[in-house]
Design a protein around this ligand. Structure first.
Ligand code: ABN
Ligand code: CU
Length: 649
């Protein structure tokens, strides 16, 4: 069937980029169950919008409303991809994936694994030998198995770490049952292996943060009320948002969570495209500890677990403050039931300190303008950790992507008195947390003032002739091919990257550009020979630039779960070494947190910010915010003009 980019009210859809509704998800499931996925052994992994080709959208071409689905057939241990035409109700494509391809886990599969482990006689007996008999207090936490040189022989495996609580609300992470790992096969529906090695006394000291354990909350902090008496400054039409000069569409997928589409900035009355599509493309958390259980911990929380499926329902006053617009996230459970994460995405405005100021000391007058940002966010819980993902849009055209990492450390146990050099002791009972990294990659399908862009690396250089020794300059180097554009940060050179449109020039005849400020630009610490590094090659470098190909979506490949890393991902696609000058480009930025654990991260970690900025760099002809009114923030004092336009008496 075909849809125009206009209204399709009969499907409850108003724009071709709107995520699938619950009804559409049900329809896709029904079509597949009536067709190739009729057998009871099929499980659904994802059902999501198959985004129309962007050229079709750009040209207003009539496009089909289609869905992509991923399934596994437990009976044969194989995975499948389907494309369903929603209006025709037909299966347009049904492909069996290569043996060994393992799509991400489903949240209901976590519960299935935990329940099966708890009931398994061998597990029960082995735990009893360790003196653990109350299985209700034992927590089996299903991690991915990764890849460590062994063929999984078609098995869809989970590797459960095991913890025990003292009572229902007690934090299990204070009490790891070390050297005890249960492997569960989701296809077979049973525990297939138990690794029960050297027993270590379970650390007894508690690590609780709930008020009932912590005691009375302090009472000295007075309320901070955020008031927007005239409401928020954004307008929302379906999934389309306008705020100040920005406009964009909000999307949601099970794999990525929040997606921003068609991000544009209105300049002199014209909506200038900046980024066509932006999202978290992958993340990985490799642990640096050599202890047998810990060395195999590396979670690709996006590609192995579908981080969008782990999005929280957000609550006013806790997760977001102010005048909030929420968007739901729709997904599917493994049995094909549509499932809605209510309030999965939060959007609101925040005051952001000053944007610019100048005090004219001769006249004794000051002009100040307040900054504010539009915050679009979601928060995912991936077992122990929380990751809160924020896109911040600023009035001056800047864009920030920020990950706020919080939650609970992934812990381990050693004999009391031991000091593992790869970890931080959290108490004197044997509890420690290994060193690790949180590595993220964001994919940005740039469209800066048009589809064809180019990328420059900008380094500080000293000229050869420098008689005063004071000279330094910024030197642009055009990155011409995909291989040339695999880059690392270099703080000694004050390196940044510039995404430019060489067909469009600014006031001084330079190509219009945005710059990527590579903050948190760390690289993977695990050695190149390690399995995790081969699978997470995106994290060996900070910048990758590819010529657009709609099938190249995720930095570690489409299916990183149990994958070797040998055939998919940025490191494979860039071997084509395509031309990236004045082409339709995708910019991939890797950044992260090198997490040397500290005592203050326990028992729950104060938020750590990890992210980067995109800033206009000759995109505008001057500061685009001169037209801001004085006193733009309603929380300032009563008389706006005396606030931000002041005369010293
Ligand atoms: N943080 C790794 C993880 C994610 C989901 C479920 C278990 C473990
Ligand atoms: Cu950490």
């Amino acid at each position: 069937m075909t849809l125009t980019t206009e209204t399709h009210a009969h499907l409850g859809v108003s724009h071709p980029l709107d995520p699938l509704s619950r009804e559409e998800i049900s329809r896709v499931v029904a079509v597949l169950k009536e067709g190739p996925a009729a057998a009871e052994s099929f499980r659904f992994i994802s059902v999501e919008l198959r985004e129309p080709a962007k050229e079709d959208l750009r040209n207003g071409v009539r496009v089909a409303r289609e869905a992509d689905a991923v399934l596994v057939d437990r009976a044969v241990g194989r995975s499948f991809e389907a494309v369903v035409d929603l209006e025709a109700g037909t299966v347009e494509r049904w492909v069996q994936l290569a043996a060994g391809v393992q799509p991400p886990f489903m949240p209901d599969e976590f519960a299935e694994c935990e329940e099966a482990c708890r009931k398994d006689p061998e597990v029960i007996a082995a735990l009893a030998k360790r003196g653990l008999t109350d299985l209700d207090l034992v927590c089996f936490e299903p991690w991915s198995v990764g890849y460590f040189g062994e063929d999984a022989q078609g098995r869809r495996l989970m590797r459960a770490l095991v913890f025990v609580r003292d009572e229902a609300d007690d934090s299990p992470y204070a009490h790891p049952i070390e050297n005890f790992i249960v492997f569960y096969d989701l296809s077979a529906g049973k525990v297939v292996r138990l690794e029960d090695d050297q027993a270590i006394p379970v650390p007894p000291a508690r690590g609780n943060y709930l008020p009932k354990y912590v005691g009375e909350a302090r009472t000295d902090l007075k309320p901070i009320n955020i008031t927007q008496p005239e409401g928020a400054s954004f307008t929302v039409t379906g999934n389309h948002v306008r705020w100040a000069d920005w406009s964009f569409r909000v999307g949601f997928t099970p794999r990525e969570g929040l997606v921003l589409h068609q991000l544009k900035f209105r300049d002199q009355g014209v909506d200038r495209p900046v980024i066509n599509r932006a999202s978290l493309s992958e993340m990985v958390v490799p642990y640096g500890d050599t202890a047998p259980v810990q060395a195999k911990k590396n979670a690709f929380d996006s590609g192995e677990y579908n981080i969008g499926n782990m999005a929280n329902s957000l609550t006013l006053g806790c997760d977001c403050l102010g005048e909030i617009k929420y968007f739901d996230g729709n997904s599917v459970d493994s049995h094909g039931n549509p499932w809605t994460i209510e309030n999965a995405i939060c959007m609101h405005e925040e005051d952001d300190s000053i944007l610019w100021k100048h005090f004219d000391f001769r006249e004794g007058t000051a002009e100040t303008r307040r900054s504010r940002k539009l915050v679009i966010s979601f928060i995912a819980t991936v077992a122990n950790y929380e990751y809160a993902f924020y896109w911040h849009l600023f009035l001056d055209g800047s864009i920030e992507f920020l990950v706020k990492a919080t939650g609970i450390l992934s812990t381990a146990g050693q004999n009391p008195g031991e000091n593992n050099p790869y970890g931080q002791n959290l108490n004197n009972d044997g509890l420690y947390a290994p060193i690790h990294q949180h590595m993220f990659n964001v994919r940005m399908d740039f469209e800066l003032d048009g589809p064809n862009n180019a990328v420059y690396e900008v380094d500080m250089e000293y000229p050869e002739h420098n008689p005063t020794h004071t000279a330094f300059k910024a030197v642009d180097r055009l990155l011409e091919t995909e291989q040339q554009a695999i880059r690392k940060t270099d703080s000694a050179k004050h390196r940044f990257w510039k995404i430019a449109n060489r067909d469009k020039t600014n006031l001084v005849n330079e190509p219009v550009a945005y710059r990527l400020i590579p903050t948190n630009g760390i690289q993977l610490a695990a050695g190149d020979e390690s399995y995790v590094s081969k699978r997470a090659q995106f994290a060996r470098n900070n910048l990758w630039v590819t010529a657009y190909n709609r099938t190249e979506r995720f930095a570690a490949g489409e299916y990183p779960n149990q994958a070797t890393g040998a055939d998919d991902g940025l490191h494979i696609w860039t071997q084509q070494n395509r031309n990236i000058v004045d082409q339709d480009l995708v910019i991939w930025y890797t950044f992260g947190m090198h997490h040397v654990v500290r005592l203050e991260d326990w028992p729950v970690m104060p938020r750590q910010n990890i992210g980067f900025m995109l800033e206009p760099h000759g995109f505008f002809n001057q500061n685009p915010t001169l037209n801001l009114p004085t006193g733009t923030t309603p929380t300032t004092t009563t008389n706006d003009d005396t606030c931000c336009h002041t005369t010293n008496q």
